[in-house]
Ligand binder design. Structure first.
Ligand code: FES
Length: 88
């Protein structure tokens, strides 16, 4: 039996009735909440059991892809917003 992945259309955006959301934290990480599966670059599950994680978007973390709080040191800012891909 094939193991379902987050790339499956049936799982995209939700699993088990708990929708997944990704929210940009002001001047900080992306907060991923809900049920999801995080895959590495080879498509293998990273085995996370949490329902909330913070993904770095400043590029300074030492625990990639996760936020380690380093964004608080220095001048990382998300203002002004970069907008949505639809704005391009
Ligand atoms: S966003 Fe927190 S370390 Fe990069």
């Amino acid at each position: 039996m094939r193991r379902p992945t987050s790339a499956d259309p049936d799982r995209a955006g939700s699993a088990g009735g708990h929708p997944c959301s990704i929210a940009a934290y002001p001047d900080g990480p992306y907060l991923v909440r809900g049920e999801f599966e995080l895959l590495d670059e080879d498509g293998h599950s990273m085995g996370l059991r949490r329902q909330t994680i913070a993904l770095c978007r400043c590029g300074r973390t030492r625990r990639a892809p996760f936020c380690d709080g380093t964004h608080k040191i220095g001048s990382f800012t998300t203002s002004p917003s970069t907008g949505s891909p639809d704005d391009a």
